[in-house]
Unconditional design. Structure first.
Length: 250
C-alpha cells in the first residue's frame, strides 16, 4: 500500500467509526501487519486515541498518519519540513510544507466533509523521493466548482475538467482569506519544479500530471465522494539552505 491507499482506508474506517461502529483488524500478511504496527495504524481507532494529535511512528521514514485539525495545520507542515530535512540536511523543504498548507486549507475551505481528512507522508531513501497523500470524504473539488458555476448560471463542467480548472493560477471559489488567490496552482508548480507527480481524484474525474508531460485525465468508473490528492517530489531538485537566512529566523 502507498500513501494514497492508507489515507483512503483511514477515511473509510473513520466514516464507520463516527457512526459508532466497532473497528477490528483481521487477517493480512505478516509483512503488512508489521508495517501497520510500525506506523501505529491499528491504534488510531482505539478508545481514547487522539487522531488529531501528532503521533510518532516506529518507522523513521514514515511521518505519522494524521487526522487533519485546523489548529495544527501549520505545526504539522513545519514539522514535516524539519523531519524530512534530516535525510537531506542541506536541502530547504519550505516549498513542501507550504504546499501541505495549501492542501489542508482547501480541505477546510471546500470539502464540507464529516471526515475532516487524513494525511500520511513517506520517504523513499532508494530514490530520495517523498510522497504525501491527503484524502477527505467531502463534496469533492468538481462538485464544489460546479455548484459555484450554477450560482453564476454557467453550464457544469465534466468533473475532470473542473479539477484541471482548480489547478489554474488565480482560480479560487469562496476561499477564506488564508487561502485565496492561487487555488491548487502551487501544487502543480511544485510538481513541475521537483520533477514530481500529481494525482487528483474527485467525484467522477481524475487528473494525473507528471513533470514535463501533458495531463492524463478523464472519467473514473466509480463515484469517489470526496477528494484524493497524492504528490510525489524528488528531494534532489530542492534548493540548498541559505545559512545566512537562519541568522534572522525568529
Amino acid at each position: 500500500m502507498e500513501t494514497d491507499d492508507f489515507v483512503i482506508l483511514a477515511c473509510l474506517i473513520e466514516s464507520f467509526y463516527i457512526k459508532k461502529c466497532n473497528v477490528r483488524f483481521i487477517g493480512g500478511t505478516k509483512g503488512f501487519n508489521t508495517h501497520l504496527f510500525n506506523i501505529k495504524f491499528k491504534e488510531y481507532w482505539n478508545e481514547g486515541f487522539d487522531r488529531a494529535k501528532f503521533t510518532l511512528s516506529y518507522n523513521r521514514t514514515t511521518l505519522c498518519l494524521w487526522k487533519i485539525s485546523s489548529d495544527m495545520i501549520y505545526s504539522y507542515s513545519m514539522y514535516a519540513k524539519q523531519y524530512f530535512e534530516r535525510f537531506e540536511g542541506n536541502k530547504d523543504l519550505i516549498a513542501l510544507s507550504a504546499n501541505m498548507d495549501e492542501v489542508f486549507n482547501n480541505v477546510f475551505d471546500h470539502s464540507n466533509s464529516s471526515v475532516t481528512g487524513y494525511i500520511i507522508t513517506q520517504y523513499y531513501p532508494k530514490n530520495n523521493k517523498i510522497s504525501f497523500s491527503v484524502c477527505d470524504f467531502g463534496v469533492g473539488i468538481a462538485s464544489s466548482i460546479n455548484n459555484d458555476r450554477k450560482c453564476k448560471e454557467e453550464k457544469p463542467m465534466e468533473d475532470w475538467k473542473a479539477i484541471i480548472k482548480s489547478l489554474e493560477r488565480g482560480f479560487s471559489i469562496n476561499s477564506t482569506p488564508r487561502n485565496r488567490g492561487f487555488g491548487l496552482n502551487n501544487i502543480l508548480e511544485l510538481t513541475e519544479s521537483s520533477k514530481g507527480k500529481l494525482l487528483i481524484i474527485s467525484n467522477n474525474g481524475f487528473v494525473e500530471k507528471t513533470a514535463g508531460e501533458m495531463y492524463r485525465s478523464g472519467r473514473v468508473e466509480f463515484d469517489f465522494s470526496g477528494t484524493l490528492i497524492k504528490i510525489e517530489v524528488d528531494l534532489n531538485t530542492f534548493v540548498e539552505k541559505d545559512e545566512s537566512d537562519e541568522i534572522f529566523d525568529f
